[in-house]
Structures are given as C-alpha cells and as structure tokens.
Design a protein around this ligand. Structure first.
Ligand code: C5P
Length: 402
C-alpha cells in the first residue's frame, strides 16, 4: 500500500478490548497517507488512553460533546463534515444498538447522525453477544441503511470463548478502507468462482470428500464483488454463507460442479478455480446402503473431470486463475501446473508448514503468471483475497490491453 490515501478518516473507538488494535489501524492509515481524527466513547477510555491515539494520529482525540477546549479544534458539526469516511472500530454491541436507534447521547453517536459520509462498523464482541438476535437484527438494519459492516472475524476471544465476534485485524480494515475509496477495478465484469470440496457418493449415505472449508473461495467472491464484479459462486457443500451480492449455485459432486461451471464459463470474463475437487469418484455408487459382512472390500475409483483444464480448452476462454497446494518445490510445481493447465495465473500455497491452507483462517500464497510472480505474505484469508483480486484485476486488465 503506497502513500496514496489522501482522505480524511474519522475513527470512532467504542468500549472493547479490541481498542488496542485501533492504535495499529491509525498507524497503517497514516502511513497510507490518510488524515486520521479519533473520537472515543466514554467506555473506550476504560481500555485505552487518548494519548496513545493522539501520538499516532498527530491530533488531539475528541471525547466530549461539550468541550471547553473546543476553540482550539473543530466542533462536532465541522468534524462530521470533514470526514470522508467514518469508521467505528471496534464497534461494541451497545454502540451498534444505539446507532441503529438513532441515539445521540455521546459525541461519536452525534457525529454519526450529523455526517453525510458513509459510516463503516467493525463489530467486536463476545461471540454469544454477536449471535444474539438483537445484535443480528441491529446489524442487518444498519446494513440495509447503507452502513458498511466489516467483519467480524472468527477465532479466539479475549474472554476465552472461540467463535465469530473478533474485530478484523488492522491490516484487513485498512485494506477495506483503501478499497472503499478506489473505484472497482472489476466493474461490470462477470466472475465465475468454484469453491469448497466436492462429495463423491459411495452409497446413499457415504461419500469421499476432503477438508476444504470454502473460506478462500468465499473470501474471493466477496472481494471480487467489492471490486465491482458480478460474481457467480459454484460451491460444493460448506458451512458458510456467501455475501448477499453474490449468486451461489450449490453442487455436490465433481460432475455436478463441472456441469455448472462449463455451462457458465463461456459467459465469464474471469474464472477462479478455487474448489478442492475430488480427484477420483466411485465408478458405480451403490443404490442401497452397503452392508458390512466382515470381509474386506474394494471400491473401484475413476478420475473426475479436471474442471479448470476443460475451461481453459474452451474457444473463448475466460482469464483463468487456478490454485495449487504443494508440500515442496512450490514455485517449480506451480509453474509446471500453470503451463499444463493453460492457466493465466496460479496461486500456490505450501501446505503443512504454516497455519495456511484448507481449514485455516490464514493463508500465505505465491502468485505466479507467465512473466512474473508475487508473494502475498501470511494474512487473514479475507485480506489475502483482497490482495489477490487486486493483483488478478491488474493482470486481467494488462492482458485485455495486449
Ligand atoms: O491438479 P490439481 O488438483 O493440483 O490442481 C488444482 C487446481 O485445479 C485448482 O485450481 C482446482 O480448483 C482445479 N481442479 C479442477 N478440477 C479437478 C481438479 C482440480 O478444476 N478435477
């Protein structure tokens, strides 16, 4: 990220342990070129001293509606007009509820009401509080009103719980802020993405599958959609939901996935093959549940179609990004796969060495194309997805110009 973000960001901090991460967010935004002013709610001051944010933003921190020192700084209406974007990070359950109901009983709520600019919230709370119907309803209502909802992420929580409710990491938030201001590079493009595992039936109740969670493909779908693309996600069985802006086509087996992809590929500008397609399927799944009889048994497996290779053999093939999970010699194997599968780009990750790959929330990938490569260093899949879509958009647009 270069120093190009010539924008005024009003950062609101509410009461939550994640407030310590807001310090890093300020540093990243300032480094990107933004002007940052910080407003804290009274409970935020229980977690972090205003001086921390003041030192990092280079400006006094606002905390009171009625401030005796107001002469020396902007008043709340000026501040509301000054902001190009209002980001509330962390946004507590209490703040979200009040924002939804239009309260103005502290400076930050007043500013949100008084500002014409977009407000973005980065929810951060205990997973049970986040899952509560009241919070969910509040977040949905704010989203419908045009408030951007960034996160939360899943993982360990300060209270010892594990689940959905953590604030997105500062790097992720600063990426989202930069992206908010940059016009979508994929505006109007048709992007087709395959994601998740496939299931190959053995009999009506058993199947062969793999551990793919679909997280990377879904994060890519969201990032492509945020970059302006019209996204269709052909997905195997996963436990996550796609963003509202994305069209999902649910499939189960490799053959179903192939049919769904091949039907749509000719109309796509870009195809991202992120699915972990089973390499083999049972040739003749049993019509009835197979009974055990104590003896050993053999399953006759046959290869599944290589979906991405079928796509790249199409006459008018879309710009295609494939994935490669390697355990060694990542670059060499990925380059070989790039050529063999006739891909335009390949994203390779080394599995088994870092918290990277299949079920993990983080990923580190080496992106390779015929005349270049770039490493996307270990980060949340959400952030890696944004960076990967940005890189893909640049390569796609460069190819278009050729
Ligand atoms: O050959 P390998 O499975 O390592 O290749 C991985 C890439 O090929 C991924 O992009 C994956 O989505 C795609 N693939 C596919 N159909 C298959 C197997 C892999 O599209 N049957």
């Amino acid at each position: 990220m270069g120093a190009t973000l010539k924008k005024n960001i009003l950062l609101g901090v509410t009461g939550g342990i994640a407030a310590y991460k807001s310090a890093e967010l300020i540093r990243l935004l300032v480094r990107a070129g933004a002007e940052v002013r910080v407003v804290m709610t009274p409970s935020a001051r229980e977690f972090v001293q205003p001086m921390t944010y003041q030192a990092l933003s280079g400006h006094r921190v606002y905390t009171e509606i009625f401030d005796a020192d107001a002469d020396s700084a902007m008043d709340h209406i000026e501040l509301a007009r000054w902001a190009d974007l209002v980001v509330i990070a962390p946004a507590s359950a209490n703040f979200i509820a009040k924002l939804r109901d239009g309260y103005a009983d502290n400076l930050l709520l007043t500013l949100c009401l008084a500002s014409k600019s977009t407000v973005a919230i980065a929810p951060a709370m205990n997973q049970q509080m986040y899952a509560n119907d009241a919070t969910q309803e509040n977040i949905r209502a704010l989203g419908a009103r045009g408030v951007k909802v960034w996160g939360p992420a899943e993982g360990d929580q300060a209270c010892g719980d594990v689940g959905l409710g953590r604030m997105l990491e500062p790097e992720g938030l600063s990426e989202l802020i930069c992206q908010f201001f940059s016009p979508g590079k994929l505006l109007g493009k048709q992007v087709l993405i395959s994601a998740g595992p496939t299931r190959e039936a053995i009999d009506p109740v058993r199947y062969i599958s793999n551990r793919s969670s679909g997280k990377m493909g879904y994060a890519l779908a969201q990032a492509a959609s945020e970059a302006g693309a019209d996204v269709t996600l052909v997905s195997g069985p996963v436990e996550i939901s796609p963003p509202q802006s994305v069209r999902r086509v649910s499939v189960t087996s490799a053959i179903e996935m192939r049919d769904a992809v091949i039907e749509r590929a000719p109309g796509a500008d870009i195809f991202i093959a992120c699915a972990a397609v089973s390499d083999y399927r049972v040739e003749k799944p049993a019509a009835h549940k197979i009974k055990k009889d104590g003896a050993s048994m053999q399953l006759e497996l046959v290869p599944t179609p290589d979906i991405v290779s079928e796509v790249t053999q199409l006459g008018n093939k879309p710009f295609t990004l494939g994935f490669a999970a390697e355990t060694e010699d990542v670059e060499q194997h990925a380059r070989e796969k790039l050529t063999r599968k006739n891909l335009d780009m390949i994203a390779a990750n080394q599995v088994g060495v870092r918290p990277s790959g299949f079920e993990s929330d983080t990923n580190e990938i080496l992106v390779i194309w015929p005349d270049g490569q770039q490493l996307l260093a270990l980060g949340e899949k959400r952030v890696i997805a944004i960076q990967l879509i940005d890189l893909l958009a640049d390569r796609y647009l460069a190819n278009e110009r050729k």
